[in-house]
Design a protein around this ligand. Structure first.
Ligand code: 13P
Length: 248
């Protein structure tokens, strides 16, 4: 099954308006059409970055969303508001939202449901903490996070899973090719039982966690690794584009 790799930059709480626009323009200019490419800036720069990407194939993404449609939810942003700004994909379940901000699995599930129901591409993040890996609980943890997804999400083209081992995020210590492939294969197998094999074969599974130009080629050449979700290295256009170009 030939899947188009998808490399997305998660800018987290970085950049300012000027550097966000500059970075977006450089990515738009250098991105190849062979691979799907996206960037997820902070909410407040979505509009400016969307304008900087206009006319390019680079997808605009959001790092978070709230599941309600509108109303008295101070500080929150809805799927419709994101779509209004041209957002095409949205992350859910990022480890920083789960473990730093303290989002529950139930909240993550409601957000994923809202993203999918709103017609956006969902990038649902899963991954174990170091103590869970050490206790041989990796697959169990990932399985539980996949169970946050609803069987109603029946279009594999709008379903992306990002495997991001928590111990590899921002640490400079990436998963080995074998560690990544093992979990990615498990994710695909699990999607096959949740939906069916054809569905599972179409879903892109990104690796995230200290991916950089030096390790991108070998990680993304693994059978079940279909691109990456990039943090730190996505903040420099050259490094990000090198990763994009390394993807199969
Ligand atoms: P780093 O690439 O900085 O490790 O971050 C990965 C990540 O969390 C992307 O969502």
């Amino acid at each position: 099954m030939a899947r188009t790799s998808f490399v997305a930059g998660n800018w987290k709480m970085n950049t300012n308006k000027a550097t966000a626009v500059e970075l977006a323009k450089a990515v738009a200019k250098g991105a190849p059409t062979r691979v799907d490419v996206g960037v997820a800036p902070p909410f407040v720069y979505l509009h400016a970055v969307g304008q900087a990407l206009a006319g390019s194939k680079v997808l605009l993404g959001a790092q978070d969303v709230y599941f309600e449609k509108n109303g008295a939810f101070t500080g929150e942003i809805s799927v419709e508001m994101l779509k209004d700004l041209g957002v095409r994909f949205c992350l859910t379940g990022h480890s920083e939202r789960r473990h730093v901000i303290g989002e529950s699995s139930a909240l993550v599930a409601r957000k994923a449901e809202a993203v999918y129901a709103g017609g956006l591409i969902l990038i649902h993040c899963v991954g174990e903490k170091l103590e869970q890996r050490d206790a041989n609980q990796t697959l169990q943890v990932v399985q539980a996070q996949l169970n946050e997804l609803s069987r109603k999400m029946d279009d594999p083209a709008r379903m992306v899973i990002a495997y991001e081992p928590v111990w590899a995020i921002g640490t400079g210590r990436n998963a080995t090719d074998q560690q990544a492939q093992e979990v990615h294969a498990f994710i695909r197998q699990t999607l096959g039982t949740m939906w069916n094999k054809d569905y599972a074969d179409r879903v892109r599974i990104q690796y995230g966690g200290s991916m950089k130009p030096e390790n991108a080629k070998s990680l993304t050449s693994q059978t079940d690794v279909d691109g990456g979700l990039i943090g730190g290295a996505a903040l420099k256009a050259d490094a990000f584009l090198a990763i994009v170009n390394a993807a199969k």
